[in-house]
Design a protein around this ligand. Structure first.
Ligand SMILES: C[S@@+](CC[C@H](N)C(=O)[O-])C[C@H]1O[C@@H](n2cnc3c(N)ncnc32)[C@H](O)[C@@H]1O
Length: 387
């Protein structure tokens, strides 16, 4: 299996090179209006924004900034296939403009526009980004009233173009089943509050660049891609930044297109090819190890596990996971100045195959903890040799 990854260095408000109805999934995060780090980007495009900020007209500046993002959402709608999802990470902004403190609700304004142009809104995800900073409660006190709560979350708006995507042919159904996620992953991926994504895991670039670009965590993009697309689909990020969505798409065996207005990001994006095989290997291994640990714990607790994955031979909770395979990324090459090709193995990782081990039987009573640990450790030893 192969995937291709294309970078467009241009304004996403006119993605003429992308045909209409050609994209399966959009995963993105725009520059956040009214967050100071993005003021320059907005004032550079429209001097009226600068004037509004200087005149203390916060709401006017906010609206003008969003009017610059609206054409990108229009393009997103055009290029998305019917049944395709759009996942938009956005945070609200709190800001004092000429001594008036207010919240600027970016997620509401974006959602409003998306509904106007025909998207269907689905339940959104709250990404809880808890802060333990010592100044967390600055601006509030013990005396009522008049303080405000600390903003510790962002949104992932989830939308769809048109009705449900259909998988009708036998080959499409099989492909979908191969793209399945584990039952225990489903149980926390499909919750409407994500507490576990911290932002520092699996760094693709140095911290400074990630901060300057406001990059979202790899895990966020990777999770959304696994939830809302199947292998070989095409994922678009119109606000590509450092290329986190592209890296996640490569890892998840999806094609990708990214659009970025800043030419300076091209080199850092292309650097992804140097460490993505190692990173993807770690992700895959962690997911498979986590699954084996889950199975071990469940078996130890004497709980039933009725199914077996046909590729790896390990137990799984449901019929839907029986054909699941996480394809290993084996090669990434640069094909042009702005594109990459990734190659994947069609075979399961041999060190996770356990076709010889019988399904744990709850009837035989719970398996003792040390016995399970022994099995899992054997695998870890094998992995240590391989990596
Ligand atoms: C919040 S950052 C995205 C960060 C990205 N998710 C990552 O992980 O690196 C928004 C990006 O959109 C880019 N951008 C802003 N306006 C744009 C436009 N009209 N077209 C394309 N890119 C744009 C900015 O230069 C910035 O890199």
């Amino acid at each position: 299996m192969e995937t291709t990854h294309t970078i467009l260095i241009q304004d996403a408000a006119r993605m003429d090179k992308i045909p209409s109805d050609s994209i399966d999934l959009i995963v993105t995060s725009p520059p956040y209006p009214m967050i100071e780090m993005w003021d320059g980007l907005f004032t550079g495009q429209d001097k009226a924004v600068d004037m509004a900020l200087k005149n203390g007209e916060g709401q006017k500046a906010f609206e003008l900034m969003h009017r610059m993002l609206d054409p990108v959402w229009d393009e997103a709608f055009r290029v998305l296939k019917k049944g395709g999802f759009a996942c938009i990470n956005i945070g609200d902004a709190v800001r004092t403009i000429q001594s008036n403190f207010a919240i600027y609700s970016n997620h509401t304004r974006i959602l409003w526009h998306l509904l106007q142009i025909g998207f269907t809104a689905l339940p959104a995800i709250i990404w809880r980004k808890q802060t333990n900073a010592p100044n967390k409660f600055m601006g509030s006190g013990m005396l009522p009233a008049g303080a405000y709560v600390t903003l510790e979350h962002e949104y992932i708006l989830v939308l769809r173009k048109g009705g449900k995507r259909e998988f009708t042919k036998a080959s499409e159904k099989h492909h979908r089943r191969q793209s399945a996620i584990f039952w225990e992953e489903r149980n926390f991926y499909f919750s409407d509050i994500w507490f576990d994504i911290k932002g520092s895991r699996q760094e693709l670039h140095d911290k400074e660049l990630r901060k300057r670009s406001a990059a979202f965590p790899f895990e966020l993009a990777y999770r959304l891609i696994n939830m809302y697309s199947v292998k070989n689909d095409t994922v678009l990020d119109p606000f590509m930044g450092t290329g986190t969505t592209m890296a996640a798409a490569i890892t998840a065996a999806r094609n990708s297109i990214g659009c970025e207005i800043e030419t300076g990001f091209l080199d850092p994006i292309m650097e992804i090819k140097n460490n993505i095989i190692r990173l993807a290997g770690e992700i895959t291994e962690n997911r498979l190890n986590a699954h084996l640990s889950f199975i071990a714990e469940r078996t130890a607790a004497g709980k039933p596990i009725k199914h077996r994955n046909r590729t790896y031979g390990f137990p799984v909770m449901t019929l839907q996971e029986e054909e699941l395979i996480i394809n290993e990324l084996t090669d990434v090459t640069q094909t042009t100045k702005k594109s990459l090709r990734a190659v994947y193995s069609e075979l399961p990782q041999p060190n996770f195959c356990q076709n010889e081990v019988p399904l744990p039987s709850p009837a035989a009573g719970p398996v003792s903890e040390p016995e399970i640990k022994k099995k899992t450790n054997k695998k870890t030893d094998l992995q240590m040799k391989l990596f």
